[in-house]
Design a binder for this molecule. Structure first.
Ligand code: SF4
Length: 229
């Protein structure tokens, strides 16, 4: 599995996909990548150290993701990231967190002492789709609640059952309220969720202008960041 990449087409940065302890929630209905989680702290740290060696700091920006939230990355790995931030003069860090950690984000800011853009996987602003269908367990009601904590949201597009109206509303709320965002076009995995090819075709055409957007990224394949498998 590729765990390091440079993103150069826009919002330039280096990205690493680290291993971590099990995702605190672990029950999103569409997720099968928690298989990457492990309780073997030593092995997790060993692998993460190798991955982190790749970081050059050339863009001054790094993104650290894992199959879960940054709070599940072992302390030794987090300390190594902090060392790299100092050594390589990193000015901006992107981290991911589940909604349930929203009141703990300051802990990471204090730990790293560098500006952090926190991304949250909400998949949709629609409460029913997010919680009752995708089982995301992110039970906010308004976009304002999300903005209070997070600077970037990850949305999901192209799952059978999603409507164009629902996607349009999600995209509108993203563009109007957040500087940063990641839109994942659904790639089928081992879960029951299927791709809606017709909606994906429509989405690609209607939102092709986002290809030029500086800070909103559309991933047409779940490996478009060059990490994962
Ligand atoms: S929070 Fe992320 S890693 Fe955890 S189950 Fe949901 S999608 Fe998977």
């Amino acid at each position: 599995m590729d765990r390091y990449n440079k993103i150069i087409n826009k919002n330039e940065r280096e990205i690493v996909l680290l291993k971590s302890f099990p995702c605190v929630w672990g029950k999103c209905a569409f997720c099968d990548y928690i298989d990457d989680n492990s309780k073997d702290e030593e092995a997790v740290n060993k692998l993460n150290m190798e991955v982190l060696k790749n970081i050059t700091g050339e863009y001054g920006v790094i993104e650290v993701i894992n199959s879960g939230s940054c709070f599940e990355i072992p302390k030794t790995s987090l300390e190594k990231i902090r060392d790299i931030i100092k050594e390589k003069n990193i000015k901006l860090l992107f981290l991911e967190s589940h909604w349930c950690y929203r009141n703990r984000l300051q802990e990471m800011r204090d730990f790293f002492n560098v500006p952090i853009i926190f991304k949250v996987g909400i998949e949709s602003f629609d409460y029913n789709f997010r919680n009752n269908i995708l089982n995301k367990n992110a039970k906010f009601k308004t976009v304002e609640e999300v903005k209070e904590y997070f600077q970037s949201v990850c949305l999901m597009v192209g799952i059978k059952g999603q409507t164009k109206e629902l996607i349009d509303l999600d995209m509108k709320l993203l563009e109007e309220n957040f500087k940063y965002g990641t839109v994942n076009v659904w790639t089928e995995n081992t879960t029951k969720f299927k791709r809606d090819e017709e909606i994906i075709k429509w989405f690609k055409e209607k939102y092709s202008y986002l290809d030029k957007h500086e800070t909103i990224e559309v991933l047409y394949n779940n490996t478009d960041f060059g990490v994962g498998d």
